[in-house]
Design a protein around this ligand. Structure first.
Ligand code: ADP
Length: 468
């Protein structure tokens, strides 16, 4: 009937609350019943003491005046309506009753029988008369000052009105208990709905997101933990959507990156193959392009392999003691022609020798290549790319500054994220900086980027220097 959270609530909370309320109602009913019944007995007992004090002045029920005293008291008793008094002689005969009728000798009087045999001379009885009426009866044996039994006095009171009163009181307790349970069920149902409904919506939306619908969002219904969960799922869908878009952009960028050199290689190969033996100049130009584009292709594939190794945390560094300046020189040597061809100024003043570093030669060159390549790529013709090497606080710092387009403040924190490209129209896969950052991090260094739109970009690579 119930399932999930509702079932748990019914079993854990509702059952416990109902059990506690039933227990409280039972305890209260018991206490009130005991209180009312003992009050009746106390009243009867009090009255019996009063009469016993009067009659104990006689040494026996044969004394002159005993009978008239007892009759007088009984006849003038003011609470006849509420209780019945019976005076029983020591021989067991009923001397007088406040009702005026002498009861049948067969009427059971268990309290009288018990009082006779009890040392205290007092006993009570709660039970039903032959008429079906429920009564409380107390009997007190009256003794003279010498200790001889004089008579027995019996007080009987009907429990009808007390039971009626108790019935009303206990019904009131039950009613209050039921009202409390009803309120608990109402508020519990509201509370469960306020959880179950949004959870269902969240679960449906999560399924949609899992199926690739990253535009699915949840309306925030409450400003609480559930609301926070809705926000988190909406954020997650947004992030997944962005990641999906980045992945698609990445695939198309990489395909484009691969296609450009492949088209050039294929074109030149076909030219040389289809047109017979080309002249020397054409042959050299073609071969030159084929070699250059193959190298570029290899570079792209290497970058992709590195990225995949980085993702699988499989990147292995072969560290050795090396001179940063020598590696940087090699990279700049490769870049110089390109800068000249593109009409950009590559400025590098060879600095004083610096301490060696422990690094992976190829990986370090790859980082320098990537940073200088970016600087040239995003700097227009006539722009300047400057390279500086410093030794500061135990670190060798390679600083590459350009006067290019710069990076928008919103994009700056994300440029080191994988697949992120601030500028979709420029060639590139968006993973170069992510790989460079990871390589430098694995060398115990840092890669920081400062940039401003239209001002240019400064990339600082800091590597821990070896003590000489
Ligand atoms: P890509 O291969 O696309 O250049 P990177 O990871 O190397 O990928 O760079 C990520 C993004 O950072 C680039 O798409 C570009 O928008 C931005 N970026 C990197 N270097 C520079 C720079 N020197 N000037 C301007 N933008 C840059």
């Amino acid at each position: 009937m119930f399932k999930g959270i509702t079932k748990r609530w019914v079993l854990n909370t509702l059952c416990a609350i109902v059990a506690v309320i039933v227990l409280v109602v039972v305890c209260l009913s018991y206490i009130v019943t005991t209180y009312y019944y003992s009050s009746v007995e106390q009243t009867l007992s009090g009255r019996s003491v009063e009469l016993a004090n009067i009659l104990s002045g006689y040494s026996s029920d044969k004394d002159a005046g005993f009978s008239s005293t007892a009759r007088d008291y009984v006849e003038n008793f003011r609470e006849k309506e509420n209780m019945e008094i019976t005076v029983i002689t020591s021989s067991g005969n009923i001397l007088v009753t406040s009702t005026g009728f002498t009861p049948d000798n067969n009427t059971p009087m268990p309290d009288y029988d018990s009082a006779k045999s009890s040392s205290s001379g007092y006993a009570k009885w709660i039970g039903k008369l032959s008429s079906g009426e429920k009564v409380t009866a107390v009997t007190r044996i009256v003794r003279s000052s010498e200790g001889n039994p004089v008579c027995a006095i019996r007080y009987v009171s009907s429990m009808h009105s007390v039971d009626r009163m108790l019935g009303i009181t206990i019904s009131a307790f039950c009613l209050v208990g039921l009202i409390i349970i009803a309120l608990v069920i109402l508020s519990g149902t509201y509370f469960i709905r306020s959880i179950v409904r949004p959870v269902r919506v969240i679960s449906d939306t999560a399924k949609k997101i899992a199926l690739g619908d990253f535009n699915a969002t949840i309306d925030k219904m409450y400003d609480d933990e559930i609301g926070d969960l809705c926000d988190s799922i909406n954020d997650m869908a947004k992030e997944l959507g962005a990641a999906e878009r980045m992945k698609n952009d990445f695939i198309s960028s990489v395909s484009h990156e691969l296609r450009t050199p492949l088209t050039a290689i294929k074109g030149w190969a076909e030219t040389m193959h289809g047109c017979g033996i080309p002249d020397q100049e054409t042959f050299e130009k073609g071969m030159d392009i084929i070699v250059k584009e193959s190298t570029r292709l290899t570079g792209i594939v290497e970058e992709l392999l590195d990225f995949s190794r980085m993702q699988n945390e499989n990147m292995v560094l072969r560290k050795e003691k090396l001179d940063v300046l020598a590696e940087l020189d090699e990279v700049l040597y490769m870049m110089r022609d390109r800068a000249i061809n593109e009409g950009k100024h590559l400025l590098y003043d060879e600095p004083e020798p610096v301490s060696p570093v422990m690094a992976d030669k190829n990986k370090l060159k790859q980082v320098f290549l990537n940073i200088v390549d970016n600087a040239l790529k995003y700097t227009p013709a006539e722009g300047v790319v400057g390279i500086q090497v410093l030794f500061e606080e135990g670190y060798i710092k390679v600083i590459v500054t350009d006067t290019g387009c710069g990076i928008a403040p919103d994009d700056l924190p994300r440029v080191k994220d994988k697949f992120f490209k601030a500028n979709q129209s420029v060639r590139g896969s968006g993973i170069g900086l992510a790989i460079a950052d990871e390589i430098i991090r694995q060398h115990g260094g840092t890669l920081d980027i400062e940039s401003g739109i239209g001002v240019g970009t400064t990339v600082t690579i800091a590597l821990p220097a070896l003590e000489e």
